[in-house]
Design a protein around this ligand. Structure first.
Ligand SMILES: [Ca+2]
Length: 149
C-alpha cells in the first residue's frame, strides 16, 4: 500500500513519466522519462535527486534496448535525453555521476565522443542517434531511474 501511494506521488510530481523494468546487470530498475521541460545536465541531475531518484545509467545493451522501447512507446523517438555519464573530472574518462561508477558499457554514435570545441562533457542518449557528448549547459529532456529492491 505504502509503495503504491509513493508511486502515485511520484507520477504527480514527475509529469509525463514513463517507466519500465529492466533486468540488466542484475539490478532491477525503473526508468522514468522526463519530458515536461528541457533543462541542462546539472538541473536534470538535481531534479532526479530531489525526487528520490537518480539520473539514468545504462549498463548493458539489454538495458539500452529496454530504454529504447520506453522512448518509442512514449512517442519521443526523435529526442535527446540526458543520462548521468560525464567526463567533467577528467577529459575522456566517462563516469556515471549518479553512482560514481566508471562507464564500462558504451554506445557512442560514430565519431563520438568528440569533445567538440573542447567543451562537451555531458552525455545525451537518443534512441536513433545513440550517445553523444554535448555541452553540459545545453537543454534536453532527461531520464531518471529508480533501483528496485
Ligand atoms: Ca559530441
Amino acid at each position: 500500500m505504502k509503495s503504491s501511494i509513493y508511486f502515485l506521488v511520484l507520477l504527480t510530481t514527475l509529469f509525463c513519466a514513463k517507466s519500465a523494468k529492466t533486468a540488466g546487470s542484475g539490478v532491477r530498475k525503473t526508468y522514468l522519462l522526463q519530458y515536461f521541460a528541457k533543462v541542462n545536465w546539472y538541473d536534470a541531475f538535481l531534479n532526479c535527486q530531489r525526487n528520490g531518484l537518480r539520473l539514468a545509467t545504462i549498463n548493458s545493451a539489454d538495458e539500452e534496448k529496454t530504454l529504447i522501447k520506453i522512448v518509442e512507446k512514449a512517442g519521443m523517438k526523435n529526442n535527446h535525453f540526458w543520462i548521468s555519464a560525464a567526463d567533467l573530472a577528467k577529459e575522456g574518462r566517462f563516469s556515471w555521476y549518479s553512482t560514481g561508477d566508471l562507464v564500462t558499457y558504451k554506445n557512442f554514435r560514430k565519431s563520438q565522443p568528440d569533445n567538440y570545441r573542447g567543451n562537451e562533457h555531458c552525455v545525451q542518449f537518443s534512441n536513433i542517434y545513440a550517445w553523444n557528448d554535448v555541452r553540459c549547459n545545453a537543454l534536453a529532456y532527461f531520464i531518471c531511474e529508480k533501483a528496485m529492491k
